[in-house]
Design a binder for this molecule. Structure first.
Ligand SMILES: [Mn+2]
Length: 361
């Protein structure tokens, strides 16, 4: 098992690479989609300029990340003694019509295929993605965690329908007419049909390029959100995703926190079963109290998840991939995000060492 962390694009500096290495990471996951937020974002701890007048993110990116750009990022990471393990998330501007079954679908799929080839050529083993129309929504933030640390949670489901020009929580076309996009008001089976096409088209290219595609479940795991169906909001739907096409390149970006937020989910059994199938690309690890429709993200040492038990299941099933802290509450300090991540990393590293020792003895 490898300890890693995720950096957003604005984090890709030598100082941060040293920070990760000093805290015991050997690997990194990078998030190249720039998000824009109204105010301080409790997940990234970042103050970003707003995207549009209502504070939604806007992407005008259409050209996928080039081989040269990816190669240079990988080199800058390797120069500091770290390994680039995965890229997390496509820019919504690359594939909105793949999600919406829109007119540019075929053209955008060619773009995604080119991107997967670039990723393989740049020597990056995993591409994490989330096949979702509404993306992350319904989240609230507040002083929810220990000592009033700022954290995120969910209190019921956001039913505001998706407007035209938006997928996830970003506008790819901010000038689109302000009306409900009926292409997002579809059945669950229609969503699975769109997903099956995506996988059928892209997996052969991923296989040829030695890239693993790794799917994140829907966060938060509601059956529907903003009037759209969700793909993976129950553990058996994660299995359905794997069963659609058996392949070394069809894997999971297994988010333990999201699994724990699913109603009635025995997430230990679920993790064990995915690990036995060797179907885990990499792990998102965090802790949480409660389940949909109401939960709060906590510090990693609190909440409903026994982190030691999760890591032990992974180790016993010979999981060799990366584990990253998913989110952490922000810690009151001059560097709230960095301190929160450092705390989570230290805790996970200690548990990994303990698991390693217990499994050897
Ligand atoms: Mn996650």
């Amino acid at each position: 098992m490898k300890l890693a962390m995720v950096f957003y694009r604005h984090h890709l500096t030598r100082e941060n690479f040293l920070y990760a290495r000093q805290l015991g990471c050997t690997h990194l996951v990078i998030h190249l989609v720039d998000y824009f937020h109204r105010e301080k974002d409790p997940v990234t701890g970042n103050n970003q300029p707003v995207g549009d007048a209502d504070g939604w993110g806007v992407t005008r990116n259409r050209d996928v990340w080039s081989y040269e750009e990816l190669r240079d990022i990988r080199k800058s990471i390797e120069d500091e003694g770290l390994v680039l393990e995965a890229i997390e998330n496509f820019d919504p501007g690359f594939w909105y019509d793949v999600l919406l079954d829109g007119p540019k679908k075929a053209e955008q799929m060619e773009g995604l295929k080119g991107l997967i080839r670039n990723i393989g050529r740049a020597g990056i083993p995993i591409m994490g993605y989330n096949f979702s129309l509404a993306g992350v929504a319904s989240r609230i933030s507040g002083a929810f965690a220990r000592g009033g640390a700022e954290s995120v949670g969910v209190d019921g489901c956001d039913s505001l329908p998706l407007p035209r020009g938006m997928v996830w929580n970003m506008f790819y076309d901010p000038e689109a007419p302000k009306e409900v996009n009926s292409d997002t008001q579809i059945t669950s089976e229609e969503l699975w049909k769109r997903f099956a096409w995506f996988l059928e088209e892209l997996l052969p290219v991923a296989e040829e390029s030695s890239v693993k595609m790794a799917a994140h479940p829907d966060d938060p795991p509601f059956a529907t959100l903003r009037g759209t169906p969700r793909l993976v909001w129950r553990p058996e739907l994660y299995q359905r995703l794997l069963d659609l096409k058996k392949s070394h390149s069809n894997t999971l970006e297994l988010c333990v926190g999201t699994l724990a937020e699913m109603n009635g989910c025995n997430f230990y059994d679920a993790i064990e079963s995915y690990a036995k199938q060797n179907a885990i690309g990499y792990i998102h690890l965090r802790n949480v109290e409660g389940q949909v429709p109401r939960y709060r993200e906590t510090f990693i040492d609190e909440g409903d998840i026994d982190i030691y038990r999760v890591l032990k299941i992974l180790r016993r099933n010979d999981f060799r991939g990366a584990v990253i802290p998913d989110h952490s509450p922000l810690v009151s300090s001059p560097a709230p995000w960095h301190v929160g991540m450092a705390y989570a990393l230290g805790y996970i590293k200690a548990m990994m060492q303990r698991v390693e020792k217990d499994c050897r003895d």
